[in-house]
Design a protein around this ligand. Structure first.
Ligand code: 0L1
Ligand code: MG
Length: 257
């Protein structure tokens, strides 16, 4: 089976919101490099149909998530224009078994590239930081996958929403920002920015380093989702999800069929 054919299969299951058996169970010998090549081919299908690349996302950035997949490394995916929610409402139509996680997004005013990038380079290139929620929706049955599977599936990316208020990157110690996520008023998850590789800015550093290995960069205007601050929670029709970012505001996301 060619990498193109695997990308076509994942694309079909994404578009039709149909669960898929793990590709690593059906195709032998796939490497992490193959998985990123499949991801690239998958994204190309969306771009060819008129979508646009608007940024990147880091995944598996917390110890808890890395342990759940049995890895010690973060991964990345592509963010497409079609993934951004313009209002805090999530329709379950077109999704398989979505989960929600709070994140800090960075928006850039300057290009960032190179293996030797530092946190200071990231601060100087950042226009603003924004509270965000990411909706992940693994295309694999029961959200069960290996590292190779999830990378090929564009790191489980589905949708994301950015809070309308942006902040100066210097206004908050992002590793200390506390987050409380509730469902219909009941607390589901709590966490702090430090869950994201110690500090969300370090997730951007890692993003740039990973991109530099394939000759890519963060371009001006792009968004980077730095990684989940808490465990992701499953959402269902009628849920009213609130994510309060200490001092930065509260996102209310309504879930409907
Ligand atoms: O954004 C994420 O951390 C998701 C990465 C893939 C793992 C998952 O689907 O939970
Ligand atoms: Mg995420």
């Amino acid at each position: 089976m060619s990498l193109d054919a695997i990308a076509e299969e994942i694309h079909r299951h994404q578009v039709n919101a149909q669960a898929l058996e793990k590709i690593t169970e059906r195709y032998e010998g796939l490497t992490v490099a193959d998985a990123y090549a499949i991801q690239q081919r998958l994204i190309h299908r969306y771009l060819a149909a008129g979508d646009a690349l608007i940024g990147w996302k880091m995944g598996l950035t917390s110890k808890a998530k890395q342990q759940s997949v049995g890895v010690e490394e973060a991964i990345y995916g592509h963010l497409l224009k079609s993934m951004e929610l313009s209002s805090p409402e999530l329709s379950l139509s077109g999704l398989i078994h979505p989960r929600i996680e709070p994140e800090i997004a960075f928006v850039f005013k300057r290009r960032l590239a190179g293996e030797d990038v530092t946190a200071r380079d990231v601060w100087l290139a950042t226009e603003c930081v924004v509270p965000a929620v990411e909706v992940i929706d693994s295309r694999y049955r029961n959200f069960s996958f290996t590292l190779v599977d999830v990378i090929a599936d564009n790191a489980s990316s589905a949708k994301f929403y950015l809070f309308p208020q942006a902040y100066s990157p210097y206004q908050f110690a992002l590793n200390q920002v506390g987050v409380v996520m509730t469902r219909n008023g009941a607390v589901e998850q709590t966490g702090a920015g430090a869950a994201v590789l110690g500090h969300p800015v370090l997730s951007v550093v890692e993003q740039v380093r990973m991109l530099s290995r394939i000759g890519r960069a963060i371009e001006p205007g792009m968004v980077v989702l730095t990684g989940g601050i808490t465990e992701a929670i499953h959402v269902h029709d009628g849920d009213d999800i609130s994510v309060a970012f200490d001092g930065m505001g509260e996102i209310h996301l309504m879930i409907h069929a």
